[in-house]
Ligand binder design. Structure first.
Ligand code: PTT
Ligand code: SF4
Length: 609
């Protein structure tokens, strides 16, 4: 095979064993890489119903056929497992040299099961895996861990690690790399911690098999040049995702006070213009010439990297308007290894629950020191922090007294930073995303606002499905950053050309869309197998707040989602997907996608239509 190394590494930490396994072309062609590989491996090999934090869970690092060739924005790695936060399929991706080094070490994916007796670091270099004692690393922040490992190995080594939050099994602990790249929102960092795995270091010097090396070089250089010519390039370099703060504010979509409102009266203090005044440099993922991480000095005089989601969730959503302080919370979350989006939700939930006197603790909106202390309590599972460490769904279930009405989550994963009181398509996107409430599969809100926010029309459903296929299916499987395409208009044809140069195969967009549907249906089957008789269509509903509590401020005051229209929209979405009224894929749908064996298995758990 060209493009793929054709090899996975299976690691069993309970036995200190690492065994390479060749896989065949059908795996590569049907599932491509990244999310596709992770979904297929978890479906095929994970025992249904296992505790996600038990040694039986599998932690997967998966790259794709474009990783490691120096192509624009291709330094991304999928991290996946059964999620301890949602109980379903969980993944995320990180921009990291570990992606490149893993492929150069000889592997398309590394699959880790078992649990080390004592903390370890896994070192993988040129097809050799070593299990290194990590007692001295346990307890260190993700930044310290990576810095110390870099003194032991080559500076070019790729490192992914967890902070104390992952060690303490916080359900929304993330995996961190390069001081500011973090991924695996649904608690993939906790899965790593449950295995006593502090870090993985990748080093490799092998050439990855490539079909047309000359074409690859030329296309790569042309791609970088093309990105520089895009009209939005200079603006993007200046602001990255941060201009979305102003955009969300203008469009009443900025999460404010735990998504009670879509506008924040101090939004200008935490937006892209405010950030530019204090920005010191750009940082980002490997192999990218449009680096979008905005580095600033935070209120504790340390460097922190700012993205829209982090700022909205740790700023307006908790009523904090001092940008340097928001940056400090963001950096602390990176050090501790906590997902910032879930964290902002958890803090907002705690503040609202305190305000409504449903808990004895007094946690006030917009107080930096209190928020920072609570973040540490969550990471170290102290006091009320220990309760919050389970995420908003579990915390609300524990507290009761109506608190579930302001727990902003879908399937257990906290909502990302777009208020949907007046955005039915975006709400549908959150509700039907592969991992719970995340915008990575279908960010349709800006299109929706231009189209008309009040409608629940067919076009909106089509748009959600189109984006789920492109973003959640193709980009997550290739796996490359979607920003050149989504933000600069870098054409999709580039990727089919890259695939041809790498693999020697023609893989037109339609074929990729078919593989995307295959992966997305397999992920849905995984959820249904895990939830079995507990699965209901209610799991495809956005948070109840957006239906019940109208916005009370801003130009969209009074807006709220309409539950019966949403229900009809969801039915239509299911029909277009080939799923029944419960949201379960029909036998014919699975057959069409070459997933008949999946249907056979799924029948054991639920009745199939
Ligand atoms: C992603 C989610 C996002 S989406 C953000 S900001 W964003 C948060 N970033 C976090 C962070 O930082 N620190 C932290 N401790 N937790 C964080 N959690 C949140 O994680 C990220 C970029 C961004 S910045 C986005 S949109 C794009 N996402 C892509 C995607 O999902 N797929 C893809 N093919 N390309 C993408 N490109 C962009 O990548 P998750 P990163 Mg990511 C500090 O993590 O689990 O996927 O959730 O990793 O390397 O930092 O790149 O406004
Ligand atoms: Fe990473 Fe940003 Fe570059 Fe994408 S555009 S690869 S997220 S630095």
């Amino acid at each position: 095979m060209f493009g793929w190394t054709g090899v996975f590494l299976n690691v069993d930490l309970s036995k200190n064993k690492a065994i390479a396994e060749s896989y065949d072309a059908s795996m590569a062609l049907n599932f491509i890489g990244g999310r596709g590989f992770a979904a297929k491996i978890l479906w095929d090999t994970l025992q249904p119903g296992i505790d996600p934090l038990s040694p039986k869970n599998k932690l997967i690092f998966a790259a794709g056929p474009l990783t490691g060739f120096g192509l624009p924005n291709s330094g991304k790695l999928v991290v996946a497992a059964k999620s301890p936060l949602t109980g379903g399929y969980g993944d995320g991706n990180i921009g990291t040299w570990a992606a490149v080094q893993m492929r150069e070490a000889g592997y398309d994916a590394v699959i880790i099961e078992g649990k080390a007796e004592t903390p370890i670091v896994l070192h993988i270099k040129n097809k050799v895996a070593e299990f290194i004692d990590a007692k001295d690393f346990w307890g260190l922040s993700s930044f310290e861990t990576e810095a110390q490992l870099k003194t032991l190995y080559e500076r070019t080594a790729g490192v992914v690690s967890i902070g104390p939050a992952g060690e303490n099994l916080v359900k929304f602990a993330a995996v961190v790399s390069q001081e500011g790249r973090a991924g695996g929102r649904p608690g993939i960092g906790a899965v790593m911690g449950s295995k006593n795995l502090k870090a993985v270091v990748f080093e490799g010097y092998y050439d990855i098999p490539v079909a047309y090396p000359k074409d690859m070089k030329e296309l790569s250089a042309a791609g970088y040049r093309e990105i520089l010519t895009k009209p939005n390039f200079a603006f993007w370099k200046r602001k990255g995702t941060m201009s979305t703060v102003e955009w969300s504010q203008e469009n009443s979509a900025l999460p404010t006070f735990n998504f009670r409102e879509g506008v924040f009266d101090k939004a200008n203090k935490i937006g892209g213009f405010a950030m530019e005044k204090i920005k010191v440099s750009n940082r980002g993922c490997p192999q990218c010439n449009m680096t979008c991480g905005n580095v600033v000095k935070d209120s504790e005089r340390k460097e922190a990297e700012l993205d829209y989601e982090n700022i909205a969730m740790l700023g307006s959503n908790i009523g904090l308007s001092n940008l340097r302080q928001v940056a400090a919370l963001n950096r602390v979350a990176d050090e501790l290894g906590l997902d910032t989006i879930s964290l902002g939700n958890v803090l907002g939930f705690a503040m609202e629950t305190s305000e409504k006197r449903r808990i004895p603790e007094r946690i006030q909106w917009g107080k930096f020191k209190e928020a920072k202390a609570l973040i540490n309590d969550i990471a170290y599972r102290r006091g009320f922090g220990d309760v919050l460490a389970e995420g908003v769904r579990a915390t609300a279930a524990k507290i009761g007294h109506g608190t579930e009405n302001w727990a902003m989550q879908v399937k257990g994963l906290e909502v990302t930073a777009y208020d949907c009181h007046a955005a039915p398509a975006m709400a549908l996107s959150y509700a039907t995303s592969s991992i719970g409430a995340h915008h990575k599969d279908a960010w349709v809100i800006s299109w929706e606002i231009q189209f008309g926010r009040e409608s629940y029309s067919e076009e909106k459903i089509n748009k959600v499905i189109e984006m789920q296929r492109l973003r959640g299916g193709i980009f997550e499987s290739l796996i490359v950053c979607r920003f050149p395409y989504a933000e600069l208009g870098f054409e999709l044809e580039w990727y089919t050309k890259y695939l041809h140069a790498a693999t020697g195969r023609e893989m037109p967009l339609n074929d990729l869309i078919y593989t995307a549907d295959k992966t997305l249906n397999l992920i849905r089957a995984f959820w249904i197998r895990e939830y079995a008789s507990n699965w209901t269509r209610n799991m495809d509903f956005p948070p109840v707040r957006w239906f019940k509590e109208p916005l009370t401020e801003g130009p969209l005051k009074g807006y709220v989602l309409d539950a019966s229209k949403y229900n009809v929209m969801l039915n239509k979405y299911y029909r277009k997907r080939g799923w029944d009224e419960r949201g379960i894929p029909k036998k014919t749908t699975l057959k069409k996608l070459g997933l008949s064996n999946v249907a056979k298995q799924l029948k054991k758990y639920v009745k199939l239509s």
